[in-house]
Structure formats: structure tokens, C-alpha cells
Write a protein that binds this ligand. Sequence first.
Ligand SMILES: Nc1ncnc2c1ncn2[C@@H]1O[C@H](COP(=O)(O)OP(=O)(O)OP(=O)(O)O)[C@@H](O)[C@H]1O
Length: 247
Amino acid sequence: MNILKIERMDFCYKQQFILKDFELSITEGSIYGLVGKPKSGKTTVLKLILGLLKSTSSRIYLKGQDLYDQRDKIQQMAGAIIDLPYYQNFLTVKENFKYIDMLFGFGDLRIAEILRFTGLTKHTNIKVKKLTMTQRKLLSIGLALFHNPDLLIFDDLLRGLDNDSKENVCKLLLKIKKRGKTIIMSNRSICDIEKVCTHIGLLEEGRISIEGSALEVRKELEQNLDYSEQRLYYSPIESKAIPTFSF
Ligand SMILES: Nc1ncnc2c1ncn2[C@@H]1O[C@H](COP(=O)(O)OP(=O)(O)OP(=O)(O)O)[C@@H](O)[C@H]1O
């Protein structure tokens, strides 16, 4: 069953078309990797899904329900990491969860459960600014998961991580999937995410050009692209550190 379905989505910034007749279906319980070259429109797709941008032409269905006039509903049912980290650097890990819990009121048991689930229990009382990049990513994921959403949307989650860290984060993604959640994650390259993604969709020229399992997408690419173009999708993303922000 589809948890999310997008039909005929067009989107442009000023005169520049980013998406044209874009269609996407995401199966419940899957990990969908939205892969594309820099500036191909991955973040734009994720923002449109979350209602942070609006396309007048499209229809977005969440669990079969048309979200056209009620985009705030998807924000309740989804947890996301887009653009900025959602934590506060000057607070400890636990204080960050307490802060977000002011919205939800789940209490300490939920905080302890998420700390355990993300492997952050022993860092409970450490300030975020002292955490490694991997621990901050785990914290971001924990904050996105906190209200127990069915759908998780992660933009460029693995960017800035070395290989070991990517593996740690991917292990957590698999744990999330095991709980029946659905994940949509964007990435520039296939190679970092092919082990975790059940589906991969290639975003090219405003629409999904190739879609399938990692193996199927690899086969299509081998048949349709020359070696240098294939490498674009298989070279690891750069592990250059990305800046962190505190609000
Ligand atoms: N607010 C904006 N105003 C105008 N153009 C924008 C805006 N945001 C993004 N764009 C343009 O839209 C295009 C798609 O951007 P987007 O960030 O969605 O791509 P992306 O695939 O996520 O890129 P990357 O892999 O580099 O993160 C780019 O050409 C970008 O410059």
C-alpha cells in the first residue's frame, strides 16, 4: 500500500522549471532514496511534500487522503530533517528532547525510550556542541522521530559524514524501518544508500527517470549511461564538514 502518492506536480522558481509532471509513489514501510545530481530538485521535492513550498498543479495523497488544502496534516504525520538542524547547540541532549516535549507533553519515559533507540543514552547530559557530527545526526533523527510519525523525510542526511559514521546512521535507519516506518531520503549518490534503500528513484530533468531496487537502477544506468556519467551516481559524497547552526 502507498503511504504517499504525488500526481502531476509542476514547480518553478521564478522562470526556472524544477519539476515537470513529477509523479512519485512511496510504499508503506519502505526506504526510498531520491537520488539526483546537485541542483536537480531533491530538496524542492521534499519541501513540497512537507508543504513548505506549494505547487498549485499537484495532488499529494497521504495514506489515500488528499492533502491539497491541509498540508499541516503531513507535518503532524511526518518527521523531517531539512536544511537546518533542529537542535539547540547550547543545550544538552536531554534538554533538547525536553524542549521539543514542550510541544507534545509525552514526558520522561518517551525521552528515555528515544535516547535508548538512537544510542544516545550515555550522552544524555552532554551539550550538543561537544557531540561528534554522527552523534548530532543521531540526535536530529531522534528529534524527528520523537512524536512517533509514520513517515520520515531526510534531506541529505549523510552529507558531511565519513564512511563509519554513514554506516552508524544507516544502521539506525534500518532500525526505524523495522518499526514499520517509511523513510524518504535524498542523496546525491547511490553508493552510500544502496544498502539501506528498498527503492531508489533518479530525479532528472524534473521527473523520476529511473526507479526500482538498487540493483535494477544500477542495471538501467549501465545500459543507458556511459561510464563517466554512471560514476556521477556512484562516487561517494564529499565528507567535507557542513556548518552547524544554533538558533
Ligand atoms: N528559494 C529559491 N529561489 C530560487 N531558486 C531556488 C531556490 N531554492 C532552490 N532553487 C534552485 O532550484 C534548483 C533545485 O534546487 P534544490 O535545492 O531543490 O536541488 P537539490 O537537488 O536538493 O540540490 P543539492 O544536491 O545541491 O542539495 C537549483 O537550481 C536551485 O538553485
